[in-house]
Design a protein around this ligand. Structure first.
Ligand SMILES: O=C(O)COP(=O)(O)O
Ligand SMILES: [Mg+2]
Length: 233
């Protein structure tokens, strides 16, 4: 397939899509699970506006950042970490998807990509045991040939390893496998892996403007892929 962008066009054999902030707005789920965990640990609640800036680098980073935000020093974070993870996992699996919404245009975009015959992979830093039930609950699982989480490989995005391993699973070359994400994390991993990247403008980018992160294109909705694909000559 050929993907046509403003002033350029690239050859594509498959697409990898990030989950949190790209396909699904999971801020409500993060907020419910984190605040359930904080209450169990008798720590003060955290606001979604703060959580939004901490999402994207996996659960360990998120939990350590949230505990530190609650006023714990490094030694206290270390001492509470195992219990925090256990309580967080309990709450997350209990509410997974209940406070999350598929972004407008995602279904249309996934349908367009799949109808063009492109194999799709979901590649997230979220633990696989959270990602799979969420995709299922939102009716998105059917689009993906494979799903990989932050614990699927030895390293997470922004390391290029998860993208390179996903390309292997798809049987495609990185240079012909598009990464669609919402953060500098995705863009950095894609650049290092040699994958083209498109960024969504609505997700979570660590509190930084996404327009400043280099990408082939910045889209307001995944449905913008409609009319941009043509068979390769
Ligand atoms: O759990 C996270 O850190 C977010 O994951 P994602 O943006 O890579 O889907
Ligand atoms: Mg994301």
């Amino acid at each position: 397939m050929q993907l046509h962008l403003e002033g350029s066009s690239i050859a594509l054999d498959a697409v990898m899509l990030d989950l949190d902030g790209t396909l699904v707005n999971t801020l409500g789920d993060f907020s419910a699970a984190l605040n359930g965990m904080l209450a169990d640990l008798q720590l003060p609640a955290i606001a979604p506006e703060v959580i939004e800036h901490l999402v994207g680098k996996g659960t360990e980073h998120l939990l350590r950042s949230v505990l530190a935000h609650g006023g714990l020093d490094a030694a206290q974070v270390q001492a509470q970490y195992a219990q925090a993870w256990q309580r967080y996992e309990h709450h997350y699996l209990r509410i997974n998807g209940q406070f999350a919404q598929v972004y407008p245009g995602v279904e249309e975009g996934l349908h367009t990509l799949a109808a063009a015959g492109l194999p799709l992979a979901c590649l997230t830093n979220k633990p696989l045991a959270f990602a799979q039930p969420l995709l299922r609950a939102k009716g998105l699982e059917k689009y993906f040939q494979c799903v990989f989480g932050g614990d699927s490989f030895a390293r997470k995005k922004p390391d290029p390893l998860p993208l390179l391993e996903t390309c292997k699973a798809l049987g495609t070359q990185p240079g012909r496998t598009l990464m669609v994400g919402d953060s500098s994390n995705d863009a950095q991993a894609a650049r290092a892996a040699g994958c083209p990247v498109v960024l969504m403008t609505y997700g979570f980018n660590h509190g930084e403007p996404i327009a400043a992160v280099p990408a082939l294109a910045h889209w307001d909705a995944l449905a913008q892929v409609q009319g941009r694909l043509s068979p390769q000559r």
